[in-house]
Design a binder for this molecule. Structure first.
Ligand code: 5GP
Length: 195
């Protein structure tokens, strides 16, 4: 098991409805040393790519994307959830179906901060059905930016987002892929990965 899998096995809590809670080190209390190690690991995995920007979605993606952007020495841009019905023409927008809140959010990025010059590394905390990633990919597409890679902390491999995104041809790297989890026993099984 790698460092993140070990931590999930130790502290992750499996909830009904296919939700994994990692509040003790990622989503509520944050272990900064662990986040920094994740940042270095994403940097190692995408070191061959000339990344110009890290792109994530608020809120929980930001803490993970921060050390990644630091490792690459590039800015971090996060897509914002927007309630406003009156949007000016200066933003790109995408609709994202939220897995945990079961509602749709409009997310926006300012046209100033994502351009056709950019080669983007997309980062997020979880991958379930892939809606958040689809939203981020479409924001990059609208800006004419290239998606050079996608880094996910925890992919739930029994949901179909990972397969869908990989089938679209994107290079998607997940630090931990949960193959199975059981809310009754709390047991979590990981997909074996190389490296
Ligand atoms: P997707 O859009 O791939 O269906 O879901 C990804 C988003 O939903 C992530 O940005 C994450 O915030 C949230 N999410 C999905 N599954 C889980 C989960 O099992 N646990 C937690 N804490 N968040 C999740």
């Amino acid at each position: 098991m790698n460092f993140l899998e070990e931590r999930i096995a130790k502290e992750g809590i499996v909830k009904e409805g296919n939700v994994l809670k990692v509040d003790s080190f990622l989503n509520h209390r944050m272990d900064i040393a662990l986040l920094e190690e994740m940042g270095k690991e994403f940097h190692r995995r995408f070191a061959d790519k000339p990344i110009t920007k890290v792109l994530t979605i608020e809120t929980s993606g930001i803490a993970i994307a921060y050390p990644v952007a630091k490792a690459f020495g590039v800015p971090l841009v996060f897509a914002k959830k927007s309630e406003s019905v009156k949007l000016d023409g200066d933003v790109y927008t995408a609709e994202v179906e939220s897995f945990t809140e079961k509602k749709s959010n409009r997310v926006i990025v300012s046209k100033k901060f994502l351009t056709s010059e950019d080669r983007v590394l997309i980062i997020d905390d979880f991958l379930a059905n892939g809606c958040a990633l689809q939203g981020l990919i479409s924001l990059a597409y609208l800006a004419g930016a290239e998606v050079s890679g996608i880094g996910i902390a925890i992919e739930k491999g029994f949901q179909n987002g990972g397969e869908r995104i990989r089938n679209l041809g994107y290079r998607l790297e997940s630090l931990a892929i949960v193959e199975q989890m059981d809310a009754k026993t709390g047991e979590i099984t990981f997909r074996p990965q190389n490296g």
